[in-house]
Design a protein around this ligand. Structure first.
Ligand code: BGC
Length: 268
């Protein structure tokens, strides 16, 4: 499917060398955007994503930066402005898990997840907002001054035993997203979230890679299909486009119904 939905726009996707970030970066390129492929480790994977995006006839390059490091983030955005002129779409996607029961969870495990998943999104959103405000509206590019899409999770609302760091980070993403949306909407900036359910990526391989695990997982998904990275990439692409211009401060759940309390289909 070729949709010129984002023709002429400049996008940055964090954590774009694998999983949801990779598919999203490719989808944005296919939709006509020039794309910065952020990664923290794995330059070969990032370069492969760049090559695939370039095959659509748009520009792309890989940018190494740890999203939880203020200087590295600011440097990455400054470089993007000098390369591409500006940024129109930020997909704050980079995220990780460091799972442990609460009594076993170290402060380092807690902190790492909060640093990357929450502080990382804040630092990138702040840098993008500054550039959006500096540049202002360019009507022939988009009706909107700039778009920030926060990669959240069903765990922004579903508690998750054994993952208190991760669930807390995503609960934080929800309130950060809504607060930024409220603050930035008067400036013509749209901030929204996409909240994936269980998607087949390396982050949750144990949950879907064996038939038994997948069968257990499917009990949590009314639509009875584990998601694919493209399910999220497509949602982000539309969310970033002017088709969604009146969507401000929303979370789009892309989860096969995981947030519909499937246990209540037969109980309660
Ligand atoms: C987590 C996955 C998990 C999914 C559904 C995601 O946010 O990263 O590990 O499978 O939520 O529980």
């Amino acid at each position: 499917m070729t949709l010129p939905l984002l023709r002429g726009q400049k996008a940055l996707v964090t954590g774009a060398n694998s999983g949801i970030g990779k598919s999203t970066a490719i989808a944005l390129g296919r939709a006509g955007a020039d794309v910065v492929v952020n990664y923290v480790a794995g330059p070969e994977d990032a370069e492969a994503v760049v090559k695939e995006i370039e095959s659509f006839g748009v520009r792309a390059y890989a940018a190494q930066a740890d999203v939880s490091d203020e200087d590295q983030v600011d440097e990455m955005f400054a470089h993007m402005v000098s390369e591409f002129g500006t940024i129109d779409v930020l997909v704050a996607n980079a995220g990780l898990q460091r799972d442990a029961s609460v009594t076993d969870m170290t402060l380092a495990q807690w902190q790492k997840v909060i640093d990357v998943n929450l502080t990382g999104q804040f630092l990138c959103a702040r840098a993008a907002a500054k550039e959006f405000l500096r540049r202002g509206l360019v009507p022939e590019v988009s009706r909107c001054v700039g778009k920030i899409i926060c990669m959240s999770s069903v765990h922004q609302i579903i508690p998750w035993a054994g993952h208190v760091n991760y669930a807390s980070s995503k609960g934080g993403v929800l309130m950060m997203m809504q607060t930024l949306a409220q603050e930035l909407a008067p400036h013509g900036i749209r901030v929204n979230a996409v909240a994936p359910g269980a998607i087949k990526t390396p982050i949750n391989r144990d949950a879907w890679s064996s038939p038994q695990a997948e069968a257990e997982l499917l009990k949590l998904i009314p639509y009875r299909r584990v998601g694919e990275p493209d399910d999220i990439a497509n949602a982000v692409t539309v969310m970033a486009s002017d088709l969604m211009d009146y969507v401000v401060g929303s979370t789009l759940f892309v989860d096969g119904g995981m947030t519909l309390f499937p246990g209540f289909a037969t109980g309660g």
